[in-house]
Structure formats: structure tokens, C-alpha cells
Ligand binder design. Structure first.
Ligand code: ZN
Ligand code: FE
Length: 256
């Protein structure tokens, strides 16, 4: 199975999964890069997977329909261009022969979902839209900090070798924030060097892995002493994980 990040707009990635003949695309906010990739590799588009309703994730769907030979799967409780098959927590869908489970991850939007699959003989794959980013997480447009914390905790519990396919290249700016939160995190410092190097070569920093995110992402590390201490400095209401997470999210919103 080939997993490809198609750059779109200024910092989006449209993820494409293909086997050399058939392709699935995730969150096609723009049809053009998808059409280009399909043509370049002679692929048939057999499905579209959608994580949430924002325009940069859905605006290319209708333009792709004429060449789509399969369904659109999307979040059951959000407004996605019809027709689509509504997916809820615990549902599963077969993508190119691999079963992907749907996980509810409210927070960025109220009905946001993620897709997790384990292709035979390969590391697992997570399509998490705008919920989990490398070194960061999505903004809380429609959900609470407690919801987002619970959603991220579910993703952090997936196998460590899971390939994390985030929808935006926000890694370097997230890591500047992460370093402010946890200046003593050696794994984070090493990861920053690695990601800066990738970006200098014009390469994506993604996919990340769940193990990497557990080690470097402050939003998954609310129970670590240094993270907790930084959150308290920023006025966290308490030292429990949700209070720490809430303070981090508010701090990140104004961090420059
Ligand atoms: Zn979004
Ligand atoms: Fe987005």
C-alpha cells in the first residue's frame, strides 16, 4: 500500500492511499492535486474519506465525483456535500482491502471523526484530520478542552508505530511552542532538528508516529511534571490533566 501526502493550499496535505491501481483520498479540500496524482499514476479513485466539515477538507469533493467510482464516507453528524455514507464511532470501512475503524474525536469540530487501520504486514495508519498535529492539536472551534483532551487520549493509546497522517504541515511552529512548554525534553530537541532538516529539503515532516507524539507533543503530555509546571506558570486552574491541557491550549492560541 502506498501512502502519499499531496500538498494543497498553503499548508494542507490531502492523504492518498493507493495500491498502484486504485486510490482513496482523505479530505480533498481541493480537487486539482488529487486529479493530478490520479492521472500521473494512472489510478482509479474508488473512495473519498472525510474527517470533518471545514472547507479545506471538503471543497474538492463535488469536483471529483465525475471520476469517483465508489462512496464518500463522512462524519454522521456534520454537513458534508451529499450523498455520503454517514460514519459513527465504532463503524468500520474497508479501504483497499484494509479495515479502518472510525473513532469519534470531537473538539476541533463537534462531529470530527478519525480513521484507523492496520494494513497486513505494514505499520498501522491513522487519518486524524485537524485533531492531532505533530507537536500540537487542532483549535477548539466547536468543542470543549475536556472533549479534545479525551479525543487526543484515545489517539495516544493507539499502537506506537501507527503512522499519524495529519491534515496540515504545522509541525515547526508547533514545536517552537512545545519547546517553550518543555525546554528540558531531549527527545523534543532532537525531533526539532530532524524536522527542520526535512523542511529545509522541502519534505513533509509527516506522517509522524504515535510514539513520537507521545514523546514530544505537549498536548499528549499533560501529566508530565515539566508540562504541568509550565501550565501552572500560565495560570492553569489545577494540575489535573484537563486543567493543564486547557491552559496549554489557551497559551498556544496567543503564542508567537
Ligand atoms: Zn479544520
Ligand atoms: Fe484544516
Amino acid at each position: 500500500m502506498n501512502l502519499v501526502a499531496l500538498p494543497a493550499f498553503t499548508d494542507n496535505y490531502l492523504w492518498m492511499l493507493h495500491d498502484g491501481r486504485h486510490a482513496i483520498v482523505v479530505d480533498p479540500g481541493d480537487a486539482a492535486p488529487v486529479a493530478q496524482a490520479l492521472d500521473a499514476h494512472g489510478l482509479t479513485l474508488v473512495g473519498i474519506v472525510v474527517t470533518h466539515h471545514h472547507g479545506d477538507h471538503i471543497d474538492g469533493i463535488n469536483a471529483l465525483r465525475p471520476r469517483l467510482q465508489g462512496p464518500v464516507w463522512g462524519p454522521a453528524t456534520e454537513r458534508i456535500p451529499e450523498p455520503f455514507l454517514p460514519m459513527r464511532d465504532g463503524d468500520s470501512v474497508e479501504l483497499l482491502g484494509t479495515r479502518f475503524e472510525v473513532i469519534d474525536v470531537p473538539g476541533h469540530t463537534a462531529g470530527h471523526i478519525a480513521f484507523f487501520g492496520q494494513p497486513a504486514g505494514e505499520a498501522p495508519i491513522l487519518f486524524c484530520g485537524d485533531t492531532l498535529f505533530s507537536g500540537g492539536c487542532g483549535r477548539l472551534f466547536e468543542g470543549t478542552a475536556a472533549q479534545m483532551h479525551a479525543s487526543l487520549s484515545r489517539l495516544a493509546a493507539l499502537p506506537g508505530d501507527t503512522r499519524v497522517c495529519c491534515a496540515h504541515e504545522y509541525t515547526l511552529s508547533n514545536l517552537r511552542f512545545a519547546h517553550a512548554v518543555e525546554p528540558g525534553n531531549a527527545a523534543l530537541s532532537a525531533y526539532i532538528v530532524r524536522c527542520e532538516d526535512l523542511r529545509q529539503q522541502g519534505l513533509p515532516t509527516l506522517p509522524s508516529t504515535v510514539a513520537t507524539e507521545r514523546a514530544v507533543n505537549p498536548f499528549l503530555r499533560a501529566s508530565q511534571a515539566e508540562v504541568r509546571a509550565s501550565a501552572v506558570d500560565q495560570g492553569a486552574a489545577g494540575t489535573d490533566p484537563v486543567s493543564v491541557f486547557t491552559a496549554l491550549r489557551e497559551w498556544k492560541n496567543v503564542f508567537r
